[in-house]
Ligand binder design. Structure first.
Ligand code: FES
Ligand code: FES
Length: 157
């Protein structure tokens, strides 16, 4: 079936079998390999992307269900001119180690900050509850998200 999406502001399409997940379509048909395949069952969050303003596990969503919708992946986070404030804060504060969880963490964090620019630690933990990290212990990640939120609020005023 032909699936058409708006991905990172660009119209993209692919002819895929009906059982194809959004993650598989992004990675294998559209060449967007930033979202990672971890558990493939909705437990780890490495595949997180934003669909119509909501974080989703793209390993659990059929590509067909995303037809006609607006999808943002990690490739759409930075502009050609500069990194997103979240990417800057994660880098500056050393919030990632192996980085495998990074794309999913960043997309969940972006979705949170767009709705709530100055979240509490509890709200950040809640927003990241579907994103597992095996390396960092989460403290630096939470600090980086708060730092990015402050930077985004300051640049908006
Ligand atoms: Fe999708 Fe783990 S790969 S939640
Ligand atoms: Fe390794 Fe998060 S930095 S899984």
């Amino acid at each position: 079936m032909l699936v058409k999406l708006k991905v990172n502001g660009e119209l993209r399409s692919a002819d895929v079998p009906p059982e194809t997940t959004l993650l598989k379509m992004l990675r294998e048909d559209l060449g967007l390999t930033g979202a990672k395949l971890g558990c493939d069952v909705g437990d780890c969050g490495t595949c997180t992307v934003i669909v119509d303003g909501e974080s989703v596990n793209s390993c659990l969503m059929l590509a067909a269900k995303a037809n006609g919708r607006d999808v943002t992946t990690i490739e759409g986070l930075a502009t050609s001119a500069e990194l997103h404030p979240l990417q800057k804060s994660f880098e500056e504060l050393g919030a990632l180690q192996c980085g495998f969880c990074g794309p999913g963490m960043l997309m969940s964090a972006k979705n949170l900050l767009e709705k709530n620019p100055e979240p509490t630690v509890f709200e950040i933990r809640d927003a990241l509850s579907g994103n597992l990290c095996r390396c960092t212990g989460y403290s630096k990640i939470i600090e980086a998200i708060q730092d990015a939120g402050r930077a985004m609020s300051a640049s908006a005023t």
